[in-house]
Design a protein around this ligand. Structure first.
Ligand SMILES: C[S@@+](CC[C@H](N)C(=O)[O-])C[C@H]1O[C@@H](n2cnc3c(N)ncnc32)[C@H](O)[C@@H]1O
Length: 362
């Protein structure tokens, strides 16, 4: 289990508390070091380091600006300073500047989460994504969830959201296909298809499978266009549906019901409702697969750390009642819907688990 209590002195604990108290400032200062090209200039200089003056020339920033940001960078060990005053990138700085996962996470936290998270406490109290008001004001809209907003958001916000979502699911998809196709699959529903990535990958993997993509109407437009471009419109069809509607009906007796990074968008009872509707549609041999990132099933504490700290985004920006679930809670939802988990495949891609389910008693 991650997050074991570490022994520390009172002074160390007080220092750790200041790191949390200053975390938003550290985040923005380090992001600015990255986005204003200061870290790139330091990296470019190599082991001899680079002076503040040289950085100002390369970045066209003032001595005041460069020094202010670098002093914060020094305090959080993103940069180091040599005796001659030259700056070096630390190992942490190396990852912030070069690691694609760290870049995707930082962009997502800046563009999608940062401003709205100011209202996290209100969101918890009101059980509503109060931070979404930032985007509602920006786009003169009144969306209740971020999923209605997504296709309409300004490019930088939308790009950061999609890059984050796809970075993780893309890493797991290839490993899941042989697991799905170990049984014969002729029909599949991709529930929460987003822009149709998994549907396209599956259609390319198997030349016979027929796929129904389900999502909100505006989101589906992108999926349909992508499927057409990939040349699979004859086998991959859209079905617009709001899955919060209590009257939904899924296509019946499909071989596979696929839910990837989808149930984390909903609260416990909503998940049970969606799974109950899926169960009603399922035939005896149907399989339902849930691909999720459960923080308790991670090999590395760093992954669990990123996952639990993504939950407040769901509270404040996405829906007000969803999160990155502990696997026990997901399994409870499966049971409450009259389904059973028959197999769990862990460590797929960067951090996913695949829950293979069928109707209870089959
Ligand atoms: C986090 S994305 C996951 C996308 C994709 N399955 C993947 O693995 O990357 C969740 C998807 O669920 C869709 N979704 C969320 N709420 C929905 C609702 N009420 N009805 C239908 N689709 C919904 C969103 O539009 C989005 O495409």
């Amino acid at each position: 289990m991650p997050f074991k209590t570490k022994k520390m002195s009172a002074y160390e604990a007080m220092y750790e508390a200041q790191k949390i108290a200053y975390a938003p400032i550290i985040f923005q200062a380090v992001r600015s070091l990255r986005d204003l090209g200061i870290m790139a200039a330091i990296q470019q200089a190599g082991v001899k380091g680079i002076s503040t003056k040289e950085i100002t020339t390369i970045t066209n920033l003032t001595k005041y600006g460069v020094e202010t940001l670098l002093e914060t960078g020094l305090s959080c060990a993103v940069v180091e300073q040599l005796d001659d005053g030259h700056w070096l990138l630390s190992k942490i700085g190396f990852f912030l500047q070069n690691d694609p996962m760290t870049k995707v996470n930082m962009d997502y936290n800046h563009y999608v989460c940062y401003q709205g998270l100011y209202d996290l406490d209100k969101s918890i109290q009101n059980e509503k994504p109060e931070g979404l008001n930032i985007f509602n004001k920006l786009c003169d809209s009144d969306w209740e969830t971020i999923y209605q907003a997504l296709p309409h958001l300004p490019t930088d916000i939308r790009t950061a959201w999609y890059n984050f979502d796809h970075f993780y699911s893309d890493s797991a998809y290839p490993a899941t296909l042989p697991l799905l196709f170990k049984n014969e699959v002729r029909t599949m529903v991709d529930i929460g298809t987003n822009i149709g990535k998994f549907a396209i990958l599956t259609a390319a993997y198997n030349p016979d499978v027929k796929i129904t993509m389900i999502d909100l109407p505006d989101q589906l437009k992108n999926a349909v266009a992508n499927v057409a471009e990939a040349g699979f419109s004859d086998r991959v069809k859209p079905l617009a549906m709001d899955l919060l509607d209590p009257e939904i009906e899924f296509p019946p007796a499909q071989d596979v019901y696929w839910l990837s990074q989808f149930l984390s968008c909903f609260g416990h009872q909503e998940i049970v409702n969606i799974l109950t509707h899926a169960k009603t549609a399922m035939a005896e041999n149907s399989r339902l697969y849930i691909l999720e990132t459960c923080w308790d099933r991670q090999q590395h504490e760093a992954a669990a750390y990123s996952l639990v700290n993504t939950s407040p985004y769901f509270t404040c920006m996405a829906s007000g009642n969803s999160k990155m679930y502990h696997s026990k809670e997901l399994i409870d939802c499966v049971r409450e819907a009259g389904l059973e988990v028959v197999e769990i495949y862990d460590n797929l891609g960067i951090c996913h688990s695949l829950f293979e389910c069928r109707t209870a008693g089959n």
